[in-house]
Design a protein around this ligand. Structure first.
Ligand code: SAM
Length: 202
């Protein structure tokens, strides 16, 4: 981490807000802002959160589903437990069937929503990072198609690039309505956007 990066982070509005409001990541606000507009996570729902460490989206999802809901977080890294019995985590690679099985074993039924903030370790080579990110987004979609109920919702981070539109077309095949969203909390210089598929088709 360079000095310039550390300095920029210190002065970042959402970084400071996350510290104050005790969210584990500034990314929590991206999910909260998108949900405030589209309401794809609601009270009492079952949510699967892919690429969940360190846990900002887990905290935000738990806030939205409340104590009657359930949030299952998945990451390659161990997630330091949060003080809620209805947040459960799985350590695993979302590209592996073994991880899909672990998620299905935990779920008491179909999920209402799958959210994914999965990112690869960036190599700095744009084409490589874009291809890895699209591959992870496709794996997230694969999990969503396995675990979601009919009419369920899918929300995924994607980096824009030449494979982006192909991925959006794929999501459109399975969901009634698709939106592409750039929340305020997402840095304008970042190529990330969020693809929201609402209403899984029968
Ligand atoms: C940007 S972070 C997620 C931040 C999280 N949403 C939050 O608010 O705290 C991306 C995460 O994706 C995870 N990840 C990357 N590749 C993965 C894979 N193949 N399977 C599971 N998790 C993966 C990384 O370990 C990392 O924790």
């Amino acid at each position: 981490m360079s000095r310039a990066w550390l300095n920029e982070r210190k002065h970042d509005f959402y970084y400071r807000k996350a510290k104050e409001e005790k969210y584990r990541s500034r990314a929590a606000y991206k999910l909260l802002q998108c949900n405030a507009k589209y309401r794809f996570l609601n009270k009492g729902q079952i949510v699967v959160d892919l690429g969940a460490a360190p846990g900002g989206w887990l905290q935000a999802s738990r806030k939205l589903v409340g104590k009657e809901g359930l949030v299952v977080g998945v990451d390659l890294k161990e997630i330091v437990p949060l003080p809620f019995t209805n947040i459960v985590s799985v350590v695993g690679d979302i590209r592996e069937n073994e991880t899909h099985n672990s998620i299905e074993e935990i779920l008491p039924g179909s999920a209402d929503a799958v959210v994914s903030d999965v990112s690869p370790n960036v190599s700095g080579v744009w084409e490589v990072d874009h291809a890895r990110q699209i591959d992870l987004a496709r794996n997230s979609l694969k999990i969503a198609l396995k675990v979601l109920r009919t009419n369920g919702n899918f929300f995924v981070k994607v980096f824009q690039g030449d494979m982006f539109q192909g991925f959006v077309e794929e999501v459109k095949r399975y969901f009634d309505r698709v939106e592409i969203i750039k929340p305020r909390a997402s840095r304008s210089k970042s190529s990330e956007v969020f693809v929201l598929g609402m209403g899984l088709k029968v």
